[in-house]
Ligand binder design. Structure first.
Ligand code: KG4
Ligand code: ZN
Length: 328
């Protein structure tokens, strides 16, 4: 069973062909990062215009690499939320056009669910249930107990900034560029974190808060707390604080929720320091998609769609974008 997965929720135009929910036949990602770098963040109008330019070549490349024609496909899946409205519309309309022209089943996929299905891609044993999954991206930081395919119990989330958003904002404060996550990770390599940034006190046992950390970095950079440390040191201390907060709550939620294993997903899960921190503290088996499958891609959308298809999901051509879609 071959599914074409299309993803255009933010600043990556992506398409992939995945067989049986696990085997990647192609996975093409056209990143717009360079285009948005000069603005220090994603500009929605620029993003949707670029998606329009890229979508057809990306779809063609995904099919060609998979040695697959449209008639060989069993279904087409597309992210319909959450995300930037103008960006989501480009992928959704392209997918609808293909579904209509080729008489293919169409499935609208939740981007956040897609992220966690990156853990199904590849060989080896499938993740077991219930699992505790952290979806940590530019827009979301959600702790979810996954009880089965499509069965989610949300346990906690960020009360303010998403972790990825904090990486991006702090990178800007430190003059490290965009996207902030990889820039901070690169800068922190080899830096000794001589300073310790404050950890937020949050009432909810599985909730997060990252805006205080951002303010602490701002005060450091302004010299309000004494000598301004080198950017690399601040980057390392910031990365350590985020990883500490995430790992602490992941482990607590996994224990309390009776999870069989822990799954990480989303762009921030590409961060090596976070991966190592969670691996060192996890009392349970830990799944980590390869970094390239943590950031936005079409394969995760196709993987999720496979299990949705099996469960009987079919959407009509009236499928619409849901920019504020949540999980659970
Ligand atoms: O999942 P994703 O590609 O898009 C969204 O759904 O938001 O995540 C993008 C976020 C950005 O905030 C980016 O800075 C962050 O993931 N990110 C990282 C790393 N790579 C990407 N954060 C920390 N370390 C990384 N290596
Ligand atoms: Zn994403």
């Amino acid at each position: 069973m071959k599914i074409l997965g299309v993803e255009t929720s933010c600043d990556e135009t992506a398409a992939a062909v995945v067989e049986d929910g696990r085997r990647i036949l192609s996975n093409v990602v056209a990143s717009q990062a360079e285009l948005h770098a000069r603005y220090g963040g994603v500009v929605p109008e620029v993003a949707s215009r670029k998606h329009l330019e890229s979508i057809i070549p990306v779809l063609e490349a995904a099919l060609e690499t998979a040695r697959c024609r449209l008639v060989d496909l069993d279904a087409i899946a597309v992210t319909h939320g959450p995300g930037l409205p103008g960006s989501l519309l480009v992928g959704l309309n392209a997918a609808k056009a293909i579904a209509l022209a080729c008489d293919l089943p169409l499935l609208g996929i939740n981007h956040l669910e897609g992220h966690l299905y990156a853990n199904w891609l590849g060989s080896g044993q499938e993740p077991s249930f219930p699992n505790l999954t952290l979806i940590v991206s530019g827009g979301h930081t959600d702790l979810v107990l996954m009880e089965g395919h499509g069965r989610y119990r949300p346990l906690g989330h960020t009360l303010d900034d998403a972790a990825g958003e904090a990486f991006d904002k702090v990178a800007r404060l430190l003059g490290l560029g965009f996207p902030g996550g990889p820039a901070i990770e690169r800068s922190a390599v080899g830096a000794r974190p001589n300073l310790r940034l404050p950890r937020a006190r949050v009432t909810g046992p599985y909730d997060f808060s990252f805006s205080g950390l951002k303010t602490a970095v701002l005060r450091l950079v302004r010299g309000e707390l004494g000598n301004v440390p080198p950017a690399a040191e601040t980057a390392a201390a910031f990365q350590e604080a985020v990883a500490d907060a995430l790992a602490t709550k992941i482990v607590r939620a996994a224990r309390d929720g009776g999870a069989a294993e822990i799954l990480l997903s989303g762009g921030v899960a590409a961060n090596s320091f976070l991966r190592e921190t969670v691996a060192a503290r996890s009392p349970l088996p830990l799944r980590l998609p390869p970094p390239s499958l943590c950031t936005d891609n079409g394969a995760m959308i196709a993987a999720c769609a496979h299990y949705r298809f099996q469960a009987g999901q079919r959407d009509g051509l009236d499928l619409d974008i849901q920019p504020g879609l949540r999980i659970g």
